[in-house]
Design a protein around this ligand. Structure first.
Ligand code: AMP
Length: 267
C-alpha cells in the first residue's frame, strides 16, 4: 500500500492506475469507514484510494477542529489490512494554497438540518470534496448514509457541476447497542457513551418526531434538531408521513455533537 503525502505523489500514483474507487475520510478510522473501503473493493478491477484529511474549512471557529481525534499510524495499518491500494494523507498546506478565495456552494440542500447550526460547514465539505475529486479523478466515490445531509450535498455537487463520478451511498454501520459508529464516539466518557445509545433508540421510536423526542427527553438529551424530512430535498415532511421520509437528529452528549438518521416508509 502506498502512502501519498502530497498532490505530486498522488498524481504520479494515479497515472499508473485505471478505474479508481475513492473513500474520503477525516481519519480516526472505524468499522464504518472500513465498510466503505470493502464496498469499493467489491468493484472488480478497481483500485481503492482512501484520503485522510481533517479539513479545516468545514469546522466553524467554535467547533472541535483542535480536539478532533487523529490516529494516523493506526489508520494506515487498518487501511493496509483492509486492502487499500493507497492512502492520500496530505497536510493542510498541500490541500489549500495560501490566500485561496474560491469555494463551492451547493445551495438549498445545505441549508436545513446541520446547515442551520454549522454555517459554512457544507461549503467546506463541498469545496474539499470537489478538490479531492479533481485531484484523484475517481470513477466512483463512497459515502456513508450516517452523514445523510452530506451525502445529499455531494450528490447535488456532482449533478450540478458534471463531475464524472458515481456517488455510492453506504448504509450506516452501528455498534452492537445501536450507536452509529463515529470518530467522535472516542471522546465520550463511559456514562456519556451509555446515554448516546438513546439517540438511535429515539429514531427507532419514529417516524413520529414527537415519539422520538419523548425518548430523548426521558434520557435527558435536548436535541439540536430532530426533524422528519424528505429524503431528497431535506425539507420538512408533514405528519402523518406519506411516502418516504428520513428522521434526522443532532444532539450534544456532554460536549460531543452526534448525528444520526433513519429512513421510514409511510402510508
Ligand atoms: P468522516 O471521517 O467522519 O468524515 O467520514 C468519512 C466517511 O465515512 C463519510 O462518507 C461518512 O459518512 C462515512 N461514515 C462515518 N461513519 C460511518 C458509519 N457509522 N457508517 C457508515 N459510514 C460512515
Amino acid at each position: 500500500m502506498k502512502v501519498l503525502e502530497d498532490l505530486a505523489a498522488l498524481r504520479a500514483w494515479r497515472a499508473t492506475r485505471g478505474e479508481l474507487g475513492f473513500v474520503p475520510t477525516m481519519g480516526a478510522l472505524h468499522e464504518g469507514h472500513l465498510t466503505l473501503v470493502r464496498r469499493a473493493r467489491q468493484a472488480a478491477g478497481q483500485a481503492v484510494l482512501v484520503s485522510i484529511f481533517v479539513n479545516p474549512t468545514q469546522f466553524g471557529p467554535s467547533e472541535d477542529l483542535a480536539s478532533y481525534p487523529r490516529t494516523l499510524e493506526r489508520d494506515l495499518e487498518l487501511c493496509r489490512e483492509t486492502g487499500c491500494d493507497a492512502v492520500y494523507a496530505p497536510g493542510p498546506e498541500d490541500m489549500y494554497r495560501a490566500g485561496a478565495t474560491s469555494f463551492v456552494e451547493v445551495g438549498a440542500v445545505a441549508e436545513p438540518l446541520c446547515g442551520q447550526f454549522r454555517p459554512g460547514h457544507f461549503r467546506g465539505v463541498a469545496t474539499v470534496v470537489a478538490k479531492l475529486f479533481l485531484r484523484a479523478q475517481p470513477q466512483r466515490a463512497y459515502f456513508g448514509e450516517k452523514d445523510y445531509q452530506q451525502l445529499q450535498v455531494i450528490r447535488t455537487l456532482v449533478r450540478d457541476l458534471d463531475f464524472p463520478v458515481e456517488v455510492v451511498g453506504v448504509p450506516t454501520v452501528r455498534e452492537t447497542d445501536g450507536l452509529a459508529m463515529s470518530s467522535r464516539n472516542l471522546r465520550l466518557s463511559p456514562s456519556e457513551r451509555l446515554k448516546a445509545t438513546r439517540i438511535y433508540a429515539a429514531l427507532q421510536a419514529g417516524p413520529s418526531p414527537e415519539a422520538a423526542r419523548e425518548v430523548l427527553r426521558a434520557a435527558g438529551i435536548e436535541p439540536q434538531y430532530l426533524e422528519l424530512v424528505d429524503p431528497d430535498t431535506l425539507l420538512p415532511k408533514p405528519w402523518p408521513l406519506q411516502g418516504r421520509g428520513v428522521l434526522a437528529v443532532a444532539a450534544y452528549v456532554g460536549n460531543v455533537r452526534l448525528i444520526d438518521n433513519l429512513a421510514f416508509e409511510g402510508a
